[in-house]
Design a protein around this ligand. Sequence first.
Ligand SMILES: [Zn+2]
Length: 296
Amino acid sequence: MSRLLVCCVMLGVLLLPAQGRTARPNPVQVVSGDGITLERYFLDLSQGSVGLLRLVGDTITEAIANFRGRSTPFVMAEDGFYALVVADIDTSVRSYPLQVIVATQDGGLQTLEVTVNVISAGYFGQVFTVPSDRAYLINPEVERHEFARLTALMQTITYQKLWDDAGFKPPISSEYSSAFGLYRILNQTVQTRHTGWDQTAPVGTPVGAIASGRVIYAGQLDIRGNYVLIDHGWGVFSGYAHFSQINVMVGQQVVAGEIIGLSGNTGRSSGPHLHWELNVNGEWVDGVAFMRMWLP
Ligand SMILES: [Zn+2]
């Protein structure tokens, strides 16, 4: 399957298993405490990727995972508590402790610890030219301001899982023209990172939500142009940029594949395409890799 996947990605077609419909795989590591069990569903974490943890135990009231200075809450599901831990795009390649702190009904706290290797994703550089009439958009201050605005929007975690059994799938079916994580040199001066994936799309291509969720932003941004941001719950958000037309409103519930707008060329864009991006617990992550994960 993995060889097939790689070759299809190279061809620009993505074959993905239907998430949520397949049985939960076996954990790669199980750590037990007093009446609690921590299951780890990933081996190493690539820079810019997400790993799934599950906690099981009748007396658990709440839990957090501490990884590289970030606390990620476990969210309750029918079959246990889950957390999505993230190695951000800039994580140095080495081993890190991952601590799970669990509160139980008797008022006790237990700490379980595993070691996580962060491995290189091999991100490389790409030269990118912003048209002269939009060159003001390479101002790092504009980018900082926009990131701060998006961070504020994604601050609130919805503890309810908003995606359904359809899981996550690409917003359009077309070739990938630029990968997540690339270092980009804009107009030979400014360096930035590519926070999402680009797919080829003539202006006006209908774009579907990658999973069901709730729209938390629908409007104009400097760099992303006409932009839609969807909360999928559990700290997972997807964004869609450079639209020519937005079809949804803030607060609207959408289902997987529902058309949320038409692709375009607005904002800091050098030609018509769809840029879409995934943020998990405050970090931009590789959305295509996320779609290959098993998710509850
Ligand atoms: Zn892009």
